[in-house]
Ligand binder design. Sequence first.
Ligand SMILES: [Fe+2]
Length: 276
Amino acid sequence: MTAGLTEHTPAATAEPAERLRTCVERAIAAVHDLVRELRLTETELHAVVEFLTRVGRAGELMMLSDVTHTSILVDELTHGGERGTPSDVEGPLYRPGAPVEDSPAVLDRADRGEDVLLLRGHVLDADSGEPLPGAMLDIWQADQAGLYEDQDGGQPDYNLRGRVRADAQGGYEVRTVVPSAYAIATTGGPVGELLAALGRHDRRPAHVHVKATAEGHRPLTSQIFLAGDPWLHDDVIGAVKPELVVTPHPCDLPGVEPPRRALRVDFDVVLAPAGE
Ligand SMILES: [Fe+2]
């Protein structure tokens, strides 16, 4: 636990023990201040401990960080002001090890007749605007019912996930399905109970997650949002950034007939040089 905490703190490489001591002491002082201000009772303390224990056992600690907008705050403090495509939070549903595909790639491995999303663009250098051949885009998303493949036994392993290698011109094209907005809380889970008790919804607008890497460039973790989504201005994790909202355009694709829709989205991924 200690190693995990120090690995993700900015000063970890310099003085990890001192950084840990500083973080813990400040956190304790902040908690004590809050306890005094709120005159926390013993009953409430026990309720907090029981709640956090349930969150941990349910594997919802990252979800709790997300819905309290702590994750997006850390993202902004870490990456705010960086050049290129804005970053965004990773969220709890990334799976490493997705199949590697050359562009153009098909990530709809279920082929259940869902609406088609053609996501395409280039991976570019922030300085020169030149394309970055061989850049890798690790993409993951929910399906049209708002479910990731590991939440849905009806989807094949790694459905709507893939590491897509850009072509020799730095271009990429991914044929996937139109993602849906979704509810993040699991039924009966502690974070969902908390949101309900606070009168908050648990919806996220439709989005596609992406991690982009290219030699000599700063890795990027971000999300792409679809314009027109009803939850775009009320994301439960507060992670929508205007630069990441793109407009889908109807397009013609062989084999896709109405009422099934085919939408095209153009999105360039711009990476800053490493070491900035
Ligand atoms: Fe997501």
